[in-house]
Design a protein around this ligand. Structure first.
Ligand SMILES: [Zn+2]
Length: 261
């Protein structure tokens, strides 16, 4: 199993490096600079670029990395990805060049129309690269998709085995947890999580990866059908909501206008 290391980029992005021996693949390199510095420092050769969606803070480094390392670029079939050599959609399986990692593709539209996620086929230590779809205690904004699409995409990720490690692309966790607690002030697992994640940030550690089990227990966007979240969404909307998808849409809107204390 290769090691997976975060490279911080911009103000709050993580570029994930999958490394084994002298080989390294990168996931969503929004900026080439910190990736090239890391490869040089660690004496690694880039073997692949893996992309979840077309936003600049996920693909902005592709061209400069390719100029130095002409490697395969895996990305969503339905989006424009610089240098893409492998156009992927739900059900595709890739072997990441240079490292022992096989990934299965899920279509997860919502944040962008063609967003994909990658799920490992390892039974032992399952993992998923989810880009800007599922965040620790949060989810991506709906830039190109509908609430129903995003709710369905999140449900696919929530259905993965509980121990699946979730590698998302941003360090938004503490702000997300403030919102989650506004939705579910009585959720004990959520309060415990806030203390834990605050401790990590105080020590300058990343709060990710998370796990599917932890997200199911604490992420309001995966919990729209739970009585506590559903009731909070109805109270916020000031009307009866028909189903969990409608509650998800209300919670997503609520978060858009939420300012952490
Ligand atoms: Zn994005």
């Amino acid at each position: 199993m290769p090691a997976i290391i975060p490279i911080p980029a911009f103000s709050d992005n993580y570029i994930w490096v999958v490394r084994e021996g002298v080989a390294a693949a990168v996931v969503d390199p929004g900026d080439a600079e910190p990736v090239l510095a890391y490869l040089e420092r660690e004496r690694l050769a880039l073997t692949a670029i893996v992309t979840t969606h077309h936003h600049g803070d996920h693909v902005g480094g592709n061209a400069a990395l390719l100029a130095r390392f002409p490697v395969p670029v895996f990305g969503p079939a339905r989006e424009t990805i610089p240098g893409r050599t492998h156009a992927l959609a739900e059900g595709d399986v890739i072997k990441v060049p240079g490292v022992a990692l096989e990934l299965r593709v899920l279509d997860v539209p919502g944040h962008t129309a063609g967003h994909i996620a990658y799920v490992s086929r390892e039974q032992d230590e399952p993992l998923a690269f989810v880009g800007d779809t599922l965040f620790a205690a949060g989810c991506g904004r709906l830039f190109e998709g509908t609430a129903a699409q995003m709710a369905a995409s999140l449900a696919k990720l929530a259905a993965l085995p509980g121990e699946t490690r979730i590698y998302c692309a941003h360090e938004y966790t503490l702000a997300n947890l403030q919102f989650a607690l506004a939705v579910e002030p009585g959720n004990v697992a959520l309060r415990e999580r806030q203390l834990r994640e605050q401790g990590k940030r105080d020590r300058d550690q990343p709060t990710v990866p998370s796990t599917v089990a932890l997200e199911r227990a604490t992420n309001p966007f995966l919990r729209a059908g739970e009585p506590s979240v559903f009731a909070a969404a109805q109270a916020h909307a000031g009307r009866k909501l028909a189903d969990a998808t409608e509650a998800f849409a209300v919670v997503r809107e609520w978060k858009n206008g939420f300012r952490p204390a």
